[in-house]
Write a protein that binds this ligand. Structure first.
Ligand code: BGC
Length: 242
């Protein structure tokens, strides 16, 4: 299951292939995105597969031992709640929770653009916010929040997320400049060997990725929209939740 600020998506996953089994189910995130309302949607999606086994659930914020510690793009009432326990009350199986970008990164490292890549790899997801996942020789450093570094006095994701492009009606070249500046500041503090860019906007990668002038090589995520779901399942199967 992948809980996002705008949609809640789920599917059963073939972990040998790193692919969804059949069609994923997506339901709009209830507004306001209160925990109980979101849990009900998660239960509905899980129920539609008749699934009773382990479930991986992503959350768009810092999550430690099941507890939500930040909530930048969902209702603030999530703060301090135990998401794993909340979901477990409405589904039959046990639940592993993890940050959404961490899940996407795990999937890319195992099956996609980060396969067999050692060293320091950073996955960034551009969507409503900017999510980050950091890997050192394939091992996740959980809950990095590089979307919230300060860029010219402003929250990084406020200026450079995909939502900022839409909200401010920016062209791809205009937005690419924002992303470039964001990456510039990021690169001042971290020296990854590879950056993987994902999120819905990676479908249009040719319109903006070639315009970036980072010192770090940038590659486009391969699993696209499914990375969060695949990574959640992987985390559940291998107990990778923080
Ligand atoms: C949150 C991150 C999340 C990202 C993408 C950010 O605002 O702080 O935890 O991964 O959005 O959803």
């Amino acid at each position: 299951m992948d809980i996002g600020g705008s949609g809640i998506k789920g599917c059963t996953v073939d972990l040998d292939a790193g692919q969804l089994v059949g069609e994923r189910v997506r339901i709009d995130t209830p507004q306001p995105s209160l925990p109980e309302a979101v849990y009900a949607v998660v239960a509905e999606v899980v129920g539609s597969f008749g699934w009773e086994e382990r479930i991986g659930v992503t959350f768009p914020g810092v999550i430690k031992k099941g507890v939500a510690r930040t909530a930048a793009n969902v209702d603030k009432s999530w703060l301090g709640t135990n998401v794993a326990e909340g979901v477990e009350q409405v589904v039959p199986g046990t639940v592993t929770t993890l940050n959404d970008a961490d899940a996407a990164g795990l999937a890319e490292m195992r099956y996609g653009a980060g396969r067999d890549r050692d060293g320091v790899v950073m996955m960034l997801t551009f969507g409503t916010g900017i999510g980050s996942a950091l890997f050192v020789d394939g091992r996740l450093v959980p809950n990095t929040e590089f979307g919230h570094i300060q860029v010219d006095g402003e929250d990084g994701e406020r200026r450079a997320s995909a939502a900022a492009r839409e909200r401010e009606d920016l062209s791809y070249p205009e937005w690419a400049k924002r992303v470039d500046r964001y990456l510039d500041v990021l690169e001042a503090g971290v020296w990854p060997d590879l950056i993987i860019v994902g999120g819905g906007v990676s479908k249009k990668a040719q319109k903006w990725v070639p315009l970036l002038s980072t010192r770090t090589p940038v590659v486009v995520a391969e699993l696209r929209n499914d990375a969060g779901i695949v990574g959640a399942a992987l985390a559940a199967a291998e107990d990778l939740g923080p």
